[in-house]
Ligand binder design. Structure first.
Ligand SMILES: Cc1ncc(COP(=O)(O)O)c(C=O)c1O
Length: 400
């Protein structure tokens, strides 16, 4: 993607994010094509990347938004999402958050506990608005991913236990404003094997049967997100074919529509962080390059020991040798990893790949760092879509 624009990138002050619009569009088209026979509706997980320009692009493709907070509702609406295209999920929501969402016209909510179902009904009654509920189940599925990302595992905090579903069925019949219309199941993130997705789709069938026996009509199945992307060179791609097959069977045999909430697979590979070498030292004979991107721009290596491929922006001659790359701020975990790189000098620019998802949205001001600017590129044309923060942002809203 960057081949035609390397020269232009040299002129931009590092570190910065760069998102390739055509790559985002291609990823959406791929999902639509893959699931074209499964009665699927896509809701992009805003938590992956919430830049308004990115959201606008996604919205223009007819994709809805999956949000987890009033803040994400606010941003999604700024990007043009209609309230009817927004799903509001979260492990637990506060009364004010629910009332805010209802006031903004949001009508789809999930719940993961009996107390939350009661609160949703109470809020809808207060606002005198009908809302539609999805019960998030804990599917009890371990998916082969980082333990922090395996949200469908039996002991994870997510979802409601199956033994509580009878209480849900009894309770929901008493509601006047909140109607149970669907089941929600999200098994985790960055999953690269089809088996857990297929298991989750099968698992949900028994629950539809359960509710239908109780005369509760389930019309929608929200199977969440989680489609992984290859982070390491040569890593295999997720095979979507058997997943689409399982989803089609589910949609056909139960006459339900399927909602999906992909985040990472839409924006992850479309994004880069561009950084620069600012200091060079050696540790135990190994070159250690200190760069101007940190866990403040991409906390994934520090939190999940996640690997992000890094290469020089301009190809360099010379023998590749084992080298470490770390950011400068004060945390030992603030290190990207070990790479095979040609010899670099101070000022050399590097590309950190797969930086479009869960980077800027998880970024922070730790060590007084300013959140980095974002740029998008569309067929060679680069556009700044968010400026670097300024010092004033560091003390905003403080009283002193
Ligand atoms: C409920 C839910 N839906 C969707 C997603 C998006 O997941 P991903 O970005 O892996 O597709 C997440 C992220 O963890 C999630 O918790």
């Amino acid at each position: 993607m960057v081949s035609g624009i390397r020269g232009k990138l040299r002129k931009i002050e590092t570190p910065f994010y760069l998102y390739d619009e055509q790559s985002i569009l291609k990823n959406i088209a791929f999902l639509k094509d893959m699931f074209s026979e499964c009665r699927v509706r896509l809701f992009y997980a805003v938590k992956a990347n919430n830049a308004v320009s990115v959201l606008k692009l996604i919205n223009q493709e007819g994709v809805g938004a999956e949000v987890v907070s009033p803040g994400e509702i606010f941003v999604s609406k700024k990007a043009g999402f209609q309230s009817s295209e927004i799903l509001y999920n979260n492990v637990a929501k506060k009364k004010d958050e629910i009332l805010y969402a209802i006031k903004k016209g949001v009508r789809y909510f999930n719940f993961e506990a009996i107390d939350q179902a009661n609160l949703l009904e109470k809020c809808a009654r207060k606002a005198k608005k009908k809302i539609k509920l999805f019960v998030r189940i804990n599917p009890g599925i371990f998916s082969k991913t980082h333990s922090h990302l395996s949200t469908g595992a039996p002991l994870s905090k997510f979802g409601i236990e199956k033994k509580e579903l009878k209480r849900v069925a009894d309770l929901i019949k008493k509601f006047a404003y909140a109607e149970l219309v669907g089941i929600h199941s999200h098994i985790g993130s960055q999953i690269l094997a089809p088996a857990p997705f297929i298991r989750a789709a099968k698992n949900v069938m028994k629950i539809i049967d359960f509710f239908r026996k109780k005369q509760i009509e389930i019309r929608y199945i929200n199977l969440g997100g989680g489609f992984g992307i290859p982070y390491r060179p040569g890593e295999s791609r997720l095979d979507f074919v058997p997943i689409a097959d399982a989803y089609r069977k589910l949609a056909d045999s139960y006459g339900v529509s399927i909602f999906l909430e992909p985040g990472r697979c839409i924006v992850g590979e479309a994004g880069y962080i561009v950084t620069k070498v600012i200091s060079i030292k050696k540790r135990n004979g190994v070159k250690l390059y200190i760069v101007d991107a940190d866990m403040t721009e991409n906390p994934r290596p520090a939190i999940y020991r996640a690997y992000h491929h890094i290469e020089p922006l301009f190809s360099k001659q010379g023998r590749k040798q084992k080298s470490r790359i770390a950011g400068s701020l004060c945390e030992n975990s603030n290190e990207f990893g070990v790479y095979k790189l040609p010899s670099l000098k101070i000022g050399d620019m590097l590309l950190i790949h797969n930086s479009g998802a869960y980077t800027r949205t998880m970024g922070s001001n730790y060590n007084g760092r300013l959140l980095a600017p974002e740029y998008s590129v569309d067929r060679g044309r680069i556009r700044k879509i968010r400026s670097r923060q300024q010092f004033i942002n560091l003390i905003e809203n403080e009283r002193y």
